[in-house]
Design a protein around this ligand. Structure first.
Ligand SMILES: Cc1ncc(COP(=O)(O)O)c(C=O)c1O
Length: 389
């Protein structure tokens, strides 16, 4: 067993540690307040009220109305629901626009649509991972049923100009969904100022529990539920509510909102120092997405002459947790689709590692990381000619 104090957890885009205050908020709903929120007695009403408070907390984080929040099982379900809803609401429109760098929880539903005869446009990005908004506008057709563009990229942290994308979608009268799973809690989201129809978030990326998330549905948007059954969530998502996790998500949203300013600054300082030290200490290293607006916590770095799988193994031996691209890709030999879309060659993409910082990282951990990572890269580079023989 690795003791927590030995662990160097730099993989906060994969998941985050639950905040102790979140855990405490959940506990009563796993112990005493176990009622089914749909039941008719007062004991259940208490649980319903707590769920409504959580809905308000999530709405406050996003700057929208509580009635625009539907609780789901996570980012994946939220994304799938947005797709399904938009498609069902306009069945004769057969074209979808998204980007080449989305998380698989958007890419896979989009590719599935292609197999079902839809036309799907996957927008390219430039070397810094940025979108060309003119091309985005040109890609929208009269039969486009949905535009789906992530708020921030999970691998590189590159932030897309969602306000501008939303303005284009509005002008073209196309429903717009954004996967904000990596953005929520890390950067400000003010839905009052952004005209979009659907937005996805996930509890476990903001120090909340896993297996819970939310979908924002603009109160004026046409909506069709993905899961049908009981009348939960105002007939928009059937299934007995995952009460404790919903309460936890609400608390996590409240904390993220309260701490956002301070945390952004603190985390950005750690991330920037980490990058600066590595670039100074390791030759042939480059930041993927440098030059673009990036999340304050994410660092995707390409190291010449290494293979990320081997690097991850060695880092794991030193109790460093990070990833090659997204956690979902662990074990895959294929280079990251995000880095490939940014024009990295196979070897460059395969030589990239993602480090992502969070609330519970400390400066002392950055000190350790900037010692260990160069040692590992140097060792790997020394080994690689031998491996090639
Ligand atoms: C950008 C993005 N979208 C969606 C998801 C999926 O969220 P969940 O794990 O809650 O299904 C993730 C998780 O890695 C993500 O990073």
């Amino acid at each position: 067993m690795i003791r927590p104090e030995e662990l160097l957890y730099l993989d906060n885009n994969a998941t985050t540690a639950i905040d102790p205050a979140v855990l405490e908020s959940m506990r009563p709903f796993l112990e005493e307040f176990f009622a089914n929120p749909s039941s008719g007695y007062g004991f259940a009403a208490q649980v319903r009220e707590a769920i409504e408070e959580a809905r308000q907390q999530v709405a406050d984080l996003l700057g929208c109305e509580a009635r625009e929040i539907i609780f789901t099982s996570g980012g994946t379900e939220s994304n799938n629901t947005a797709f399904y809803s938009a498609l069902e609401a306009a069945p004769d429109r057969r074209h979808v626009v998204t980007t080449a760098v989305e998380h698989s929880a958007v890419l896979r539903p989009a590719k599935d649509l292609e197999n079902r005869g839809y036309a799907v446009t996957f927008l390219a990005v430039d070397k810094a991972g940025q979108l060309n908004l003119n091309k985005l506008a040109d890609a929208i057709r009269p039969d486009t049923t949905l535009l789906s563009v992530m708020w921030a990229n999970n691998e590189t942290g590159v932030i897309f100009p969602i306000e501008k994308v939303a303005a284009i979608a509005r002008e073209k009268k196309v429903p717009f969904h954004t996967d904000a799973v990596q953005a929520a809690g890390k950067i400000e989201i003010k839905l009052g100022d952004v005209p979009l129809q659907f937005l996805s978030i996930s509890g476990h990326k903001l120090h909340g529990p896993k297996g819970v998330g939310a979908l924002y549905v603009n109160r004026l948007a046409r909506f069709r539920p993905l899961l049908r059954g009981g009348s939960h969530e105002n007939n928009r998502r059937a299934g007995t509510e995952n009460t404790a996790s919903i309460i936890g998500l609400g608390k996590a949203a409240e904390i993220a909102r309260a701490k956002m300013r301070d945390e952004q600054g603190r985390v950005r300082k750690m991330r920037d120092r980490f990058e600066q030290c590595l670039l100074e200490r390791i030759s042939g290293a480059r930041i993927n997405g440098a030059g673009a607006d990036r999340l304050p916590n994410t660092s995707s770095i390409m190291f010449d002459g290494i293979e990320s799988g081997a690097a991850l193994l060695m880092l794991d031996q030193r109790n460093v947790c990070c990833s090659a691209g997204s956690a979902c890709r662990t074990g895959s030999l294929k280079p990251s689709h995000v880095l490939s879309a940014m024009g990295l060659l196979g070897d460059e993409a395969r030589g990239s590692l993602r480090f992502s910082f969070g609330r519970f990282n400390t400066n002392a951990e950055v000190d350790r990381a900037v010692k260990i990572v160069p040692e590992v890269i140097t060792k790997l580079r020394a080994l690689s000619p031998a491996l090639a023989n």
